[in-house]
Design a protein around this ligand. Structure first.
Ligand code: TXA
Ligand code: MG
Length: 326
């Protein structure tokens, strides 16, 4: 016997009913939980911004269940662009890759905050895809946290963040990747990674010239400001002196002398570390410690994404730019 981790069919039916009526619903994705609303209903989009406390200037990712839906929201610039997207789709969709593509005029400007580019991805989560298919409309969905807070990777995390603001959270179990999708801007043959994620830079290399956007690029998604835990977070060297007032986010080995410690992966596995990352950060943020120290993780594969999030969460540290709230 095993516990139920998929929601009942009635949860899916209820989610579709709410979404059709212009409401918002939290749905599980393979990366983090999303707060979904019908991308073609402006009043639903407004509810997303309100529930998150997010400024209207910060655009939303649109989710579709399959490549064939893309032209409901996207107008390709050229056959060449369509072919490149087709190749990327073949390799990575459904999955944690978001592409910035020219939007169709019909898509409400609220989705893209006035930009001519829309961020779109095909999620692999069976519950999210089933809701999309039954609703038969693309869903805008940012991470289901209050603006600037930690992304939720379980239904109960969503409840802590948004429980009082939304009518339904569909439980699809813990998220498989644990960090948000890789966001890529296509410029001809060039792929610019605006946000590193589960699809690594190396994986993208066979599709064109790949670069990682600089920290200070002035784009949506790179807003100045503080982000993530409420406590101050600092990335530290391995030879740190223990501090009984501080919490430690450790990569592989626990250490003595801290108020509380979370280990991301006892085996040093970066995929496991990513899955545990936001939950561990959330627990340390709730601990009695006065601040959080975080060990760096190796910057390879998904480790680049973890270090990106740590950097954004740590204001004024070695890596910290204090950028990015979403
Ligand atoms: O894995 C994910 O991508 C999750 C799941 C739910 O799909 N979603 C997610 O959404 O992380 P969000 O809104 O928390 O982060 C999306 C980031 C934001 O920083 C936003 O500014 C940026 O992508 N973004 C969205 N649309 C954009 C656009 N049209 N142009 C530039 N940046 C955009
Ligand atoms: Mg977010």
């Amino acid at each position: 016997m095993s516990a139920r981790i998929q929601p009942l069919d009635t949860d899916i039916v209820e989610a579709v009913r709410l979404l059709r009526s212009g409401s918002v619903v939290a749905l599980p994705s393979e990366t983090v939980y999303g707060l979904a609303g019908d991308a073609f209903q402006p009043e639903a989009l407004v509810k997303i911004f309100e529930a998150k406390g997010r400024p209207l200037s910060d655009p939303l990712i649109v989710h579709v269940p399959e490549f064939d839906w893309l032209e409901r929201i996207v107008r390709f610039e050229s056959d060449k662009q369509r072919n490149l997207v087709g190749d990327l789709a073949q390799a990575f969709w459904p999955g944690p890759l978001t592409l910035l593509l020219p939007k169709r005029e019909e898509l409400p400007d609220l989705v893209t905050a006035g930009s001519q580019l829309v961020a779109v991805r095909v999620t692999s989560h069976p519950v999210f895809r089933e809701v999309l298919r039954r609703l038969n409309s693309p869903l805008a969905a940012p991470s289901a946290n209050r603006f600037g807070s930690i992304s939720p990777t379980t239904a109960s995390d969503v409840h802590l963040e948004l429980g009082e603001f939304i009518p339904l959270i569909v439980d699809g179990g813990p998220c498989r990747h644990g960090v948000e999708s890789t966001i890529v801007l296509l410029e001809g043959e060039r792929l610019e990674v605006l946000r590193p994620g589960p699809i690594s830079i190396d994986q993208l290399k066979e599709f064109g010239h790949v670069s990682l956007a600089g920290e200070n690029v002035n784009r949506p998604g790179n807003l100045p400001g503080h982000y993530a835990p409420k406590k101050e977070l600092q990335i530290i060297d391995s030879d740190i002196t223990p501090d009984s007032n501080a919490a430690l986010l450790a990569f592989q080995y626990p250490r003595e002398g801290f108020q509380s410690v979370e280990v991301l992966s006892p085996t040093g596995d970066l995929l496991e570390a990513a899955v545990n990352f936001y939950g561990a950060l959330r627990r340390l943020d709730r601990s009695d410690a006065s601040r959080i120290f975080a060990e760096p993780v190796p910057e390879v594969g998904i480790g680049v994404a973890i270090m990106d999030r740590l950097g954004r969460a740590s204001y004024g540290s070695k890596y910290g730019s204090g950028h990015h709230k979403s």
